[in-house]
Design a protein around this ligand. Structure first.
Ligand code: ADP
Ligand code: MG
Length: 622
């Protein structure tokens, strides 16, 4: 095992490394650093998230550039703004003893003139997202014609996000004889193509199995009815009072909605997805890093590569479409030698996906039960007891002690303890006493609720594939907003600008009523009963006579597209509010408190978080 010194790094870097508390190089660092220091070569490095790739390219780059020159010599491209800022920050820390070093971040959504000014001061290293970088080049605000080292970080993700052309364009402005270092978690064909195109004879290193997940992470899954997903999420959170977690949803819409619901229910949560403004994203990330937010609800793209220490849990609210994405998600926890838990909430139809993920990560999931009310009460109570036990006495209360003591003169210690904890416990207990078992038995037969029969109604709805729906997404969407169960919406058929779906006849009034003035992102969504009884007609052929094109909505118009100008990082978006309230899974049993809108932000150690937080009656107000 070598040390950083053995790898050949200079004193300035070693000094910074010891400040950072890095003891020994990680595997990818041990492999990459000597190669990059000793030779002028291209490099392809495959290593999963959390393996220390930033330093693997950062240290050599810092060692090799000339800080006395003001010329831009190093360019690091990364997929998202968050990652760009994170890398810039890391590079600054690594290079804090390199006098004269100037690392500048270039990313969209922030003033281009300010960034140009920073560059002009003499940035030896630029960390950039491809879009903004291209923009700056075309406006001649940067000069990368003397770059010696370029890094493509999270290359697979950049290509996934469609940056291939931008990258090609950017690199065409750099010298041919520069070195390119490509870092990626996976090696899909597109990455190999890029490597061939831009690199000469690259050296290759691979760390571990490229898809194996960190060994510090344990994987658990919880089987529930799809309609209980949100309740399950709350229970998992309540059962872990010190949770500090990232919750992954499949779509931006779900991400926003789950975050809003959590906030409404008194949790300290925030949303992170691409439809938020840069400013909102920054604020959410900042609160999360400071641990003012305990639960960050995020999309895969927005959270890619984000490195926040001490994440205790990753919760897969929904499984990702690609099993490989799961590796990235679970890699958010169990970092830097710590342990973490990756939880998956699945409905029965998704259980088989667990199997395919197990094959990819080469680890087994443990099937666990969603804790019941009694479990949670116990956990919360013990958490409070521990907190009381370790609390430092605040002597500001000394002045009131006499009064308090006289009040409890007759009370024994046992009694006092019982009373004290009952204050909390009664609240927990009342909240959970009628809670049901959310677990679904794997063997249970679920065929009972599906009926493709005369008892169903077929509807026309004026959204379609243009609005980003496929049948699965539309089904999910309808189930969520209407609070329906797993198989309550069926025969979903998505056309370009409209779709059809069926439900049981008994809920037709409810559905029509709901859609009388339902607005989504400023647009009326129109639902009408379709004359076509597609539900009965089992002909699955392409040319099915469903065509309701001429019946396009009387309002809103089937042509109009959803705009994606969603705003509101937290629950401030009024238009969205109705939506989330309607689907609030816990309307019947939640006693949402007056306290929830007080912006309570329980810190991790605050046992008052979670469901109890929300149902907490305000004290001292009598
Ligand atoms: P990756 O880019 O591979 O996902 P990062 O470069 O973001 O990983 O590093 C993950 C975390 O590990 C960061 O917090 C980083 O500071 C820390 N880290 C990196 N190298 C070491 C090391 N040698 N020892 C301890 N911690 C390290
Ligand atoms: Mg990284």
């Amino acid at each position: 095992m070598s040390t950083f010194k053995d790898l050949g790094l200079n004193e300035d870097l070693l000094h910074a490394i010891s400040d950072l508390g890095f003891i020994k190089p990680s595997e990818v660092q041990e492999k990459a650093i000597p190669i990059l220091l000793e030779s002028e070569t291209d490099l392809v490095a495959l290593a999963q998230t959390g393996t220390g790739k930033t330093a693997a390219f950062g240290f050599p780059m810092l060692e090799k550039i000339d800080v006395d020159s003001r010329t831009t010599q190093g360019l690091i491209l990364s997929p998202t703004r968050e990652l760009c800022l994170q890398i810039t920050n890391e590079m600054k820390q690594y290079g804090k003893y390199c006098k004269g070093l100037n690392v500048v971040a270039i990313y969209g959504g922030s003033s281009i003139t300010d960034q140009a000014r920073e560059v002009k001061k003499g940035a030896q290293i630029i960390v950039a997202t491809p879009g903004r970088m291209k923009d700056m080049i075309s406006r001649r605000l940067v000069d990368i014609s003397k770059i010696q080292y370029s890094v493509l970080d999270e290359a697979d993700e950049m290509l996934n996000m469609g940056f291939k052309e931008d990258i090609t364009d950017i690199l065409s402005h750099t010298p041919d004889d520069k070195n390119t270092w490509l870092f990626s978690a996976t090696m899909p064909k597109e990455v190999a193509t890029i490597a061939r195109k831009f690199m000469v004879d690259p050296q290759e290193i691979t760390v571990g199995n490229k898809n194996e997940s960190t060994s510090n992470v344990s994987h658990e899954y919880y089987l529930v009815n799809a309609r209980d997903r949100y309740q399950a999420l709350k229970r998992l959170s309540d059962a872990n009072p010190d949770i500090f977690s990232v919750i992954f949803c499949r779509t931006k819409r779900d991400t926003q909605k789950v975050a809003e619901q959590l906030i409404e229910d008194g949790y300290s949560a925030g949303a992170l997805h691409g439809d938020l403004s840069q400013n909102q994203r920054d604020m959410v990330m900042k609160s999360f890093r400071n641990q003012q937010i305990q639960m960050l609800v995020a999309t895969d793209v927005a959270a890619r590569g984000i490195d926040v220490d001490d994440i205790t849990h990753v919760i897969n609210y929904q499984l990702p479409d690609e099993a490989e994405t799961y590796t990235h998600r679970s890699g958010r926890t169990g970092r830097a030698g710590k342990t973490g838990i990756s939880m998956v909430i699945v409905s029965k139809s998704e259980v088989r996906k667990i199997k395919s993920i197990e094959r990819i990560i080469k680890k087994e999931f443990v099937k666990k039960d969603i804790p019941d009310g009694a479990d949670i009460c116990e956990v919360q109570l013990m958490s409070l007891a521990n907190k009381v036990n370790t609390t430092e006495v605040n002597h500001e209360i000394d002045g009131y002690l006499e009064k308090i003591n006289s009040l409890f003169e007759e009370t024994t210690k046992e009694e006092l303890i019982k009373k004290f904890f009952s204050v909390e416990f009664t609240r927990f207990f009342n909240y959970y006493k009628k809670s049901k078992d959310l677990n679904v038995q794997a063997s249970q037969n679920s065929r009972d609720d599906v009926q493709y029969s005369e008892n169903s109604t077929r509807y026309f709805i004026n959204v379609g594939s243009r609005d980003g729906f496929d049948w699965m997404k539309l089904k999910d969407f309808l189930k969520e907003i209407l609070e329906l169960g797993r198989d309550d919406v069926f025969k979903v058929d998505v056309k370009e600008s409209f779709s059809f779906f069926n439900t049981d006849k008994s809920i037709t009034p409810k559905i029509l009523e709901f859609f009388t003035d339902y607005k989504y992102e400023g647009r009326f969504v129109n639902v009408e009963v379709s004359e076509d009884r597609g539900g009965r007609n089992r002909n699955r052929g392409r040319g099915r006579k469903d065509d309701g094109g001429k019946r396009r909505s009387s309002r809103g118009g089937g042509e109009k597209r959803f705009s994606s100008n969603k705003s509101g990082g937290n629950s401030s978006n009024r238009r969205e509010r109705r939506n989330s309230e309607f689907s609030g899974g816990n309307r019947s049993d939640s006693r949402r408190s007056e306290g929830r809108s007080e912006g309570r932000k329980p810190r991790r150690s605050d046992s008052s978080s979670g469901e109890f937080g929300s149902s907490r009656p305000r004290r001292s107000r009598r």
